[in-house]
Design a protein around this ligand. Structure first.
Ligand code: EPU
Length: 292
């Protein structure tokens, strides 16, 4: 029996996922579902619960590595415009969970809304960025949240204020709930200041990171007080390759891939890096990317 018989939204069986991720790697999803409304999303989640199907939510695909055998479950994408609205209201912005983070950070800088400039060039969806508390040295996305509207796997919708949420380094208490929307509070400023600041962060990112190559950003979290990139670099691992995947020569915390690479190549590089860094510096690197 087909778990999605009669489902009103878009659903594809054995759907390729690779092109939906920044690594461009990995096998298909048993089901790929793109609901066209909250009601359809609720219906999809209920069907998953009824049929005991694993559910994964794919945001911008910027921080995920999908294994070569794919996902034996349901991958949900909030790519319908109904989930990606961005609205400005004085110093606040309301953004859908499926909205594009790069579009949001750029739009804010252009309007003279200050706060998100250090997130310039960070790819992904608003929901994914909140769940992982995306950010860099100078700012983290979670610190701008007023409230978040989430839906849990039983289809229950809830609004959580910032006091009810916890954001840590590349982590949050959102867990496996899906972000439908978020309200952020920024600071009203002058676009003649926010836009050049945004551009400066962009150029710094382009200078220090391999942005024109296929990667999923930083692979490992920075251990407390240390830099994963510096540790991997010091271990002499820049350029280390397995098949079509290698440690970037520009920034050692990035793994870049060539066409023809497999997810197994990336996983082999990850294992080797972890082992060598563990041996050389006694640090057990923790993954920042998710492996599905
Ligand atoms: N370094 C090296 N060799 C390298 C890379 C870095 O020696 O190959 C050194 C740098 O010279 C610097 C230190 O390590 O002294 C830190 O490097 P960097 O300034 O590039 O920052 P990072 O800690 O590696 C973090 C975030 C990035 C974010 C930047 C800028 C993590 C894991 N990474 O990188 O986020 O863009 O700060 O704010 O927290 C991501 O999350 O995907 C990501 C790329």
């Amino acid at each position: 029996m087909n778990s999605f018989n009669g489902f009103k939204g878009r659903v594809d069986a054995d759907a390729p996922l690779a092109d939906l991720t920044w690594f461009k790697l990995g096998g298909p999803a048993r089901w790929l579902v793109s609901p066209g409304s909250r009601q359809e999303l609720r219906d999809a989640l209920r069907r998953c619960a009824d049929h005991d199907l694993i559910v994964k939510v794919l945001g911008g695909g910027a921080n995920v590595l999908i294994r070569d055998d794919g996902v034996d479950g349901v991958v949900v994408r909030l790519d319908d415009p109904v989930f990606s609205d961005i609205r400005f209201d004085g110093p606040c912005v309301d953004a859908g969970g499926g909205a594009d983070l790069m579009k949001l950070t750029h739009a804010c800088a252009r309007r003279g809304l200050s706060g998100l400039e250090p997130l310039a060039g960070i790819p992904g969806s608003v929901g994914g960025a909140l769940r992982q508390n995306a950010g860099g040295r100078d700012a983290e996305f979670g610190s701008f949240v007023e409230h978040v509207v989430v839906i849990d796997k039983t289809g229950c919708v809830e609004q959580l204020t910032r006091d009810e949420l916890h954001f840590g380094y590349r982590s949050s208490s959102i867990g496996d709930r899906i972000v439908l929307a978020a309200r952020l509070r920024l600071t009203l400023a002058d676009p003649e200041i926010t836009l050049p600041t945004y551009r400066r962060y962009w150029s710094e990112k382009r200078r220090s990171q391999p942005m024109s190559e296929r990667s999923a950003g930083c692979v490992f979290k920075n251990p407390p007080g240390r830099s994963a990139g510096a540790l991997i670099d010091a271990a002499g691992l820049k350029g280390f390759a397995v098949g079509g995947a290698s440690v970037s020569n520009r920034h050692a915390n990035f793994i870049v891939t060539n066409p023809g690479a497999t997810s197994a190549d990336v996983l082999a590089v990850i294992d080797h890096v972890r082992n060598v860094v563990g041996r050389e510096s006694g640090v057990d690197l923790e993954l920042e990317i998710e492996v599905w």
